[in-house]
Design a protein around this ligand. Structure first.
Ligand SMILES: Cc1ncc(COP(=O)(O)O)c(C=O)c1O
Length: 378
């Protein structure tokens, strides 16, 4: 085995002494810092009764950690409970008029995004899907064919939740910009696993939730909105936390906070913020470039082992064209997920696929071991 660089951090994930958790495309492993952060929240509630000031700081910290992971400014980050809500909020404040009503997205993107954009048909949107080829990849030309001067929004998933295909978000963003369309990136399968720079990559809006590669729990999601774009948007999904001063308590005043914070709505999910902040702090401390390099290495191990065992690989064969997730086609994925868990390998079933999705704390042996266990079961 090559040298494993993260022994100290690995010891912070108790489950790894018992099981190989390889399910970061769904839920990553629970660490001691995240457990402690949740416990501190519970203690403050139990002992102080309430601590709104302290809880608000947890959210500020989570926003700052997220901003750092994508090279954004903390004031450009909005918070809601899930990615679906954030996307819906964006959809509801765009105009789909005679001049611009097109929405283009990938057919292998997460279904929620399809649902959210299709729901805008009642407001005039026309939705078009870029198609994957037989290998499960969408060619840049396919986007180029669909994006034109009537496109309002281009929405892409940076890494597919299904087969792990990784899109060139800078190149698709350039196509959107050239036609004057807005550019929305669903990075739920990529933030925390790879280096993302929203400014370098020309992204207008980017979303990601807490429980996958961010190492947190469900119930919180973050959205970057480019500053000058945010200033033009007036979200219809709103509430007191979206105001310039939430504590003005003026029922007749609908002003909008500066920047992305205007997308905030009601009382935030503070306990989930505590978990997310602790998880992301570990990622930022380790360094996202090191994490990305290790995950790419684990991808190669997964692909090589799966190929040598004759498994039906559904992911791109080049580690640079995929995220962490290596998907294997199987007959009964739910049954195999259960049997894999009994054998000590936590992997994730979706449709006809078993997804093996390591994080930086996983080793070559765990990834290769999962492939060998799968080969025995299929
Ligand atoms: C890429 C991607 N986008 C969106 C979602 C759904 O996000 P949420 O449940 O926060 O709305 C998922 C969940 O698995 C996902 O993998």
């Amino acid at each position: 085995m090559s040298h494993f660089p993260f022994e100290a951090q690995r010891s912070q994930f108790p489950i790894l002494t018992q099981k190989a958790q390889l399910s970061s495309c769904s839920q990553s492993a629970l660490s001691i810092p995240v457990t402690d952060a949740i416990a501190r929240y519970m203690a403050s509630w139990s002992e102080k009764g309430m601590d709104w000031g302290g809880w608000a700081e947890l959210l500020d910290d989570a926003r700052a950690q997220f901003a750092r992971l994508i090279h954004a400014d903390v004031s450009d980050i909005a918070v809601m409970s899930c990615v679906s809500d954030l996307a819906s909020s964006v959809g509801n404040c765009l105009q789909f008029d005679h001049e611009r009503n097109g929405i283009v997205l990938g057919e292998i993107d997460f279904p929620s995004l399809g649902h959210v954009w299709l729901a805008q048909q009642t407001r005039g949107a026309q939705v078009q899907f870029a198609q994957p080829d037989a290998g499960g990849e969408i060619a840049l030309e396919d986007y180029a064919r669909l994006i034109n001067d009537r496109t309002r929004l281009v929405s892409v998933s940076q890494v597919s939740y299904a087969n792990g295909f990784r899109q060139d978000i800078a190149a698709i963003g350039a196509l959107a910009r050239a036609q004057g369309a807005l550019y929305f990136v669903d990075a739920y399968q990529s933030v925390g696993a790879m280096d993302i720079d929203v400014v370098r990559d020309g992204v207008d809006m980017l979303v990601c939730g807490g429980q996958k590669y961010l190492l947190g729990c469900p119930g919180i999601a973050f959205m970057y909105v480019r500053r000058d774009l945010a200033q033009q948007l007036r979200p219809a999904n709103t509430g007191w936390f979206g105001r310039v001063n939430p504590f003005a308590f003026d029922i007749r005043l609908l002003d909008y906070a500066d920047g992305a914070r205007r997308f905030d709505t009601g009382t935030p999910p503070y306990i989930n913020a505590a978990a997310a902040a602790a998880g992301m702090a570990m990622l930022n401390q380790v360094g996202i470039e090191r994490i990305e390099a290790h995950i790419e290495h684990l991808s190669q191990v997964a692909l090589d082992t799966a190929a040598s065992l004759g498994l039906a690989i559904a992911s791109p064969r080049d580690p640079r064209r995929k995220g962490s997730n290596t998907a294997i086609r199987v007959n009964d994925s739910a049954a195999i997920e259960r049997r894999m868990a009994e054998a000590g390998f936590i992997v994730s079933a979706r449709g006809s696929l078993i997804r093996v999705a390591p994080h930086f704390y996983n080793t070559d042996e765990e990834v290769a071991g999962a492939m060998h266990a799968l080969a025995r079961m299929v």
